[in-house]
Design a protein around this ligand. Structure first.
Ligand code: NDP
Length: 448
């Protein structure tokens, strides 16, 4: 509930201006609610309008992306880049290609990114971008032409010291390669303008694994500190079967857990013997197939149509790794009823506010996305450092830094939660810890 007058005024302004952007309003409301004890303790933030400025992007770029498909037909998509906040570093955040992308979705992701990047302790501002382009069923050549058209416009707004995009849903190694190639061709400049690059041209070892591994490092540390517990012997439900889900499954298994599900936007598979990750990798990374194929190949596994059913599978730990608002109130209640006591978010904003209320009411250990999935952008930050140094660290070096960053995020979140009177609250703690650093930088730099 919003009770603080300053916070209420700022939220009312956002509602008036962006009332047609439900995901953005949802993200802003959650953050503002957490920040009430912080602005009460720091009246200096209101004096220079920190919150009013925080909720308004520094710049929103929206552009036409025209390209020709394999039949010679002209297709027109919309491209976006939201440069939200550069108080602590160049804008940094992924690109998402999905038919559901619109300005409100990119704004919610960019807004979350500000505090997430701050939590990593690395110098990165917040941004996000993407397009309503749907790569499903498109040939490699079509994806390449789309990426080239997209970058032809985007390249005038980004740069290694200005704005450094990365991947997100449907933007992986293939797309980053095409985007990087086009940037280099147009600008005649070989720089670390994108992260998630191939290892041959400036990418970092462990970037591919970073979000999923980081999610498990975060979850393991939070369970250790708050519960004296671990992944060992636990049953884990994971949604999605993309980059984050695959590497979360890999690390959870390595830490001794049994992962029993994988899903995509059509449905989910339940494997009581534990997911065979090599089969999922072959389906998704090998030939971009559908998860249904898993049940056709693995004896004893079941396929169910409809992705929301995954939350009815009994588990100890749930790691949502697909998309926003994938867990609603009913799904959260099903999780609790079936014994789940830990929810840590790999996807961005996968839980609705009603679902979060269910976690809180039932005392679940809840790790919010901006903290739990910060490992991806953290290693992107490390990729930027390696590009600047013009050297590459080993997998072990990057992985050790990632683990240490995730453990620091848990510690910083818990310290902030305690400082602002909500001991043990990882959500309030993440929002407060991420915010204070950005807010202090904004105060120091004057009204911009
Ligand atoms: P991928 O494109 O690799 O995988 C996305 C997965 O989620 C696929 O299994 C996809 O199924 C499923 N999915 C996507 N949209 C929907 C939907 N509307 N309903 C149901 N399922 C859906 O993306 P990532 O793994 O990179 O991203 C997953 C989540 O993690 C996103 O929320 C992203 O923002 C977040 N994230 C990613 C980071 C990264 O480093 N990649 C960093 C931090 C957060 P299908 O193939 O059927 O579409």
């Amino acid at each position: 509930m919003l009770t603080n007058e300053y916070v209420k005024r700022v939220y009312a302004q956002v509602e008036r201006r962006d009332g047609d952007q439900p995901e953005f309003l949802q993200a802003v409301q959650e953050v503002l609610e957490s920040l009430q004890p912080v602005v009460e303790k720091h009246p200096e933030y209101e004096k220079v309008g920190v919150l009013e400025r925080l909720v308004e992007p520094e710049r929103v770029v929206k552009f036409r992306v025209a390209w020709t498909d394999d039949e010679g037909k002209v297709q027109v998509n919309r491209g976006y880049r939201v440069q939200f906040n550069s108080a602590i570093g160049p804008y940094k955040g992924g690109l998402r290609f999905h038919p559901s992308v619109n300005e409100g979705v990119i704004k919610f992701l960019g807004f979350e990114q500000i505090l997430k990047n701050s939590l990593t302790t690395l110098p990165m501002g917040g941004g996000k971008g993407g397009s309503d382009f749907d790569p499903k069923g498109r040939s490699d050549a079509e994806v390449m032409r789309f990426c080239q058209a997209f970058m032809t416009e985007l390249c005038r707004h980004i740069g290694q010291f200005t704005d450094v995009p990365a991947g997100d849903i449907n933007v992986g190694a293939r797309e980053i390669g095409y985007l990087f190639g086009q940037y280099k061709r147009i600008r005649d400049e070989y720089s670390g303008v994108l992260t998630g690059k191939g290892l041959e041209f400036g990418g970092s070892l462990a970037r591919t694994e970073a979000t999923g591994y980081g999610l498990c490092y975060y979850t393991a540390e939070a369970m250790r500190v708050l519960r004296g517990d671990s992944f060992e012997g636990k049953t884990v439900v994971i949604s999605g079967s993309g980059n984050v889900a695959i590497f979360a499954t890999e690390k959870a298994q390595a830490l001794g857990a049994k992962v029993v599900t994988a899903s995509d936007s059509n449905g989910y598979v339940y494997d009581p013997n534990g997911i065979q990750l090599d089969v999922v990798k072959d389906i998704k990374l090998g030939h971009r197939g559908r998860i249904k194929e898993y049940a056709e190949r693995v004896p004893g596994a079941e396929y169910h149509e409809g992705c929301a059913g995954v939350w009815t599978v009994p588990c100890d730990i749930a790691l949502p790794c697909a998309t926003q608002n994938e867990i609603d109130e009913a799904s959260a209640e099903a999780l609790v009823k079936n014994g789940c006591t830990v929810v840590c978010e790999g996807a961005n904003m996968p839980s609705t506010p009603e679902a979060i209320a269910v976690y809180q009411k039932n005392g679940l250990l809840y790790g919010p996305a901006k903290a739990a999935n910060a490992g991806g952008v953290a290693v992107s930050g490390l990729e930027m450092s390696q590009n600047s140094y013009r050297l590459s660290w080993t997998f072990e070096e990057v992985d050790a830094k990632l683990k240490s960053i995730m453990e620091t995020i848990v510690a910083d979140s818990l310290a902030a939660a305690k400082e602002y009177g909500h001991e043990g609250d990882l959500m309030l703690g993440a929002n407060a810890a991420g915010f204070v650093k950005v807010a202090n930088a904004m105060v120091a730099q004057g009204v911009l």
